[in-house]
Design a protein around this ligand. Structure first.
Ligand code: SPD
Length: 274
């Protein structure tokens, strides 16, 4: 008998992947967590029915959310990662030689533990000595921080329940306060196909706080519609400024991809202008 995992990506659209087996299942303090072994994308983390990451396509999202703001910053030393318990973002940030410390703030310790066990290629850098892990609400952590970080990365799950606040103006004000001079923040901001209002609203919200706000796009096949957006708020540096070259290994990111990711299709430009 075949077993399939299905995500209801919108009210009227589903994505199903055939799985070999369920590797892990638990109800954590915050959410229902599954790790499954899929035929198409390898091991896959699912939280409350939403696909978070897979072994095969994770590099697109993690490289884009990390390398764009880190290369845009003139000399990033202290970085805060909110969410991202699977460790993919932390792994990518650590590739930047200037980074001295990452404060990694994940609300659900069970995600970290399950990822360490079942997603080793993604979580492999979580125990690096430059990483301080706090199992804590990211909203609270950023509210308490002042002038501490060069880059803040919001690697959140979808805007449902308490996570909604990570997409709102008071949180972006707190991020602004937590950033040092020349600081940048980036947030994953969903799909311009299936979450049009949110993409537009988040852009407006961040734009009401930061002098420079830009959106960029990438292709993540297991996310709703495949086309994914990231919104970057900056105190000064241009988020679209790419480096001349990259001194470490990547699978998706190149300086050309960095620049091209900011070239928005007309329908996305229209979303932002409306
Ligand atoms: N619809 C799922 C969006 C998930 C975005 N965050 C993924 C976390 C990967 N580190």
């Amino acid at each position: 008998m075949e077993t399939w995992v299905t995500e209801n990506q919108t009210k009227n659209m589903r994505l199903s992947l055939r799985i070999k087996k369920i590797l892990h299942h638990e109800q954590t303090e915050f959410q229902e967590l599954f790790v499954v072994d899929t035929y198409e994308y390898g091991h896959m983390l699912v939280l409350d029915g939403a696909i978070q990451t897979t072994e095969q396509d994770e590099f697109v999202y993690h490289e884009l959310i990390s390398h764009v703001p880190l290369f845009a910053h003139p000399h990033p030393e202290r970085v805060c990662v909110i969410g991202g318990g699977d460790g993919g973002t932390v792994r990518e940030v650590l590739k930047h030689p200037s980074v001295k410390e990452i404060v990694h703030v994940e609300i659900d310790g069970a995600v970290i533990e399950a990822s360490k066990k079942w997603l080793p290629t993604i979580s492999c850098a979580l125990d690096d000595p430059r990483v301080t892990t706090l199992v804590k609400d990211g909203l609270v952590h950023i509210r308490e921080a002042e002038n501490e970080y060069d880059v803040i990365i919001i690697d959140s799950s979808d805007p449902v329940g308490p996570g909604v606040q990570l997409f709102e103006v008071p949180f972006y004000r707190d991020c602004y306060k937590a950033l040092r001079e020349n600081g940048l923040m980036v947030a994953q901001t969903e799909s311009p196909w299936s979450n049009k209002d949110l993409v537009a609203r988040t852009f407006r919200n961040m734009g009401s706080v930061f002098p420079v706000t830009k959106i960029y796009l990438g292709n993540v096949p297991t996310y709703p519609s495949g086309l994914w957006s990231f919104t970057c708020g900056s105190k000064g540096p241009d988020p679209a400024a790419a480096p001349e070259s990259v001194s470490f290994e990547t699978k998706y990111y190149t300086p050309q991809v960095h620049q091209a990711a900011f070239a928005l299709p007309r329908f996305v430009q229209d979303l932002l202008e409306d």
